[in-house]
Design a protein around this ligand. Structure first.
Ligand SMILES: Nc1ncnc2c1ncn2[C@@H]1O[C@H](COP(=O)(O)OP(=O)(O)O)[C@@H](O)[C@H]1O
Ligand SMILES: [Mg+2]
Length: 365
């Protein structure tokens, strides 16, 4: 594979100097295209992961809609549209992607230089910035009416998950069900509660908006002063509830241990991180979230964590077909560690609700 040749298929300004790999992404393969002009634009080249994203053209069209909308917002507030929004670069034929001879999909966007990124948010201050980044993104697309293609059907939809769950339990392909009575009951005893929440999304009391769906802090670019520039990695933008972004961020940000921690005592929900993130998030979103969204904000952390317990346990019962495992009991270990996080959230739920309430009151006055 000749990266320079692939890069040459895009509408790049200036002569290409070199193409170098950027870090090691989990999902896509990412490269930087440097052009010869010292002060010219550089570009980001990505091979999109076809196994996860089965309809790359539809995904790129989703990204285009979101970028166009955000760019207009940035211009309206006198910001810098080349730094505070992502800029897609089309291929020579005008498409938003290039398909190579091996049927791999490539896409290019403008490389935003002079930025800071963080790999994790272990302080309340950084969690605040993370919340601000996601909140800013959601706020800018909160008035977007163009529908997006649902490129990940059933994503964070617990009704859909229960269908998969019921089917896997009925089959019990790995013969593991009999020794998991207690763990299966963790899921079943909360089924009604989770479905009640999802019904509010289905009946529109909790509205469907544009969401990011990959809220890790390394998907936010910061300027050299540490201020949020923009959210990147828009591959997973979808129409869903904002609460899914919030809940998923809290599932990963607040965990004091690892997702698959062997030491369950290390796993808990850190309320200071929860508060930092919530403050940053609500500082951007309080103006458009409705009462039901605010009421269920803290609950969404439990919802998404519960879904993850279910998915790990389901994969274990299914014989480990979805998540990569490092040893035969890995999915079971993940189940226990996520369940520990879930119960920590349940124990601290009154405090979590109080934080949301306090911050909401402060921002409303
Ligand atoms: N437009 C951009 N400008 C500058 N750096 C970027 C840009 N897009 C991505 N990056 C950098 O590349 C990394 C990987 O890109 P990302 O789109 O997040 O891929 P992945 O889906 O593999 O996580 C990001 O974490 C960020 O550091
Ligand atoms: Mg990323």
């Amino acid at each position: 594979m000749n990266l320079e040749k692939i890069a040459a298929n895009f509408q790049i300004q200036g002569a290409i100097d070199r193409v170098t790999q950027l870090g090691e992404g989990f999902i896509n393969d990412t490269y930087v295209i440097y052009t010869k002009e010292e002060s010219g634009t550089n570009y980001l080249l990505q091979r999109k992961n076809k196994r996860i994203f089965t309809d790359v053209p539809a995904m790129m069209e989703n990204i285009r809609k979101v970028c166009t909308h955000i760019k207009a917002k940035v211009i309206a507030r006198n910001g810098d549209p080349m730094r505070e929004a992502m800029t897609l670069v089309p291929a020579l034929d005008g498409k938003l992607y290039f398909e190579d001879e091996e049927d791999e999909y490539w896409a290019v966007c403008v490389f935003i230089g002079d930025t800071l990124t963080y790999q994790s948010a272990k302080t309340p201050e950084l969690a605040f910035q993370g919340g601000k980044g996601i909140g800013m993104f959601q706020s800018m697309v909160s008035d977007m009416n163009e529908p997006l293609t649902d490129i990940l059907p059933g994503f964070h939809n617990i009704r859909y998950r229960f269908k998969q769950w019921d089917a896997v339990l009925a089959k019990d392909p790995a013969g593991r069900k009999a020794k998991l009575t207690k763990e299966i009951n963790w899921i079943e005893s909360r089924r009604e509660e989770m479905l009640r929440f999802w019904e509010l999304v289905e009946n529109g009391e909790i509205p469907t908006r544009v969401t990011h769906n990959d809220t890790k802090i390394n998907n936010i670019l910061f300027d050299q002063q540490g201020e949020v520039l923009c959210m990147i990695d828009l591959d997973t933008v979808l129409n869903s509830t904002c609460l899914n972004d919030f809940g998923d961020a809290m599932r990963s940000y607040t965990n004091t241990g690892q997702e698959d921690d062997e030491n369950l005592d290390a796993v808990s929900c850190d309320l200071a991180i929860f508060e930092g993130f919530t403050r940053g998030y609500l500082s951007q979103t309080i103006g458009f979230l409705n009462e039901k969204e605010l009421e269920y904000l803290a609950f969404s952390a439990r919802y998404i964590t519960y879904e993850q317990v279910l998915r790990f346990l389901m994969d274990y019962i299914d014989g480990d077909n979805y998540y990569k495992i490092k040893h035969p009991e890995h999915n079971y270990q993940r189940t226990l560690a996520q369940y520990q996080l879930l119960t920590s959230m349940e124990e601290q739920y009154p405090e979590m609700c109080k934080i949301v309430q306090t911050v909401t009151n402060e921002l409303s006055h």
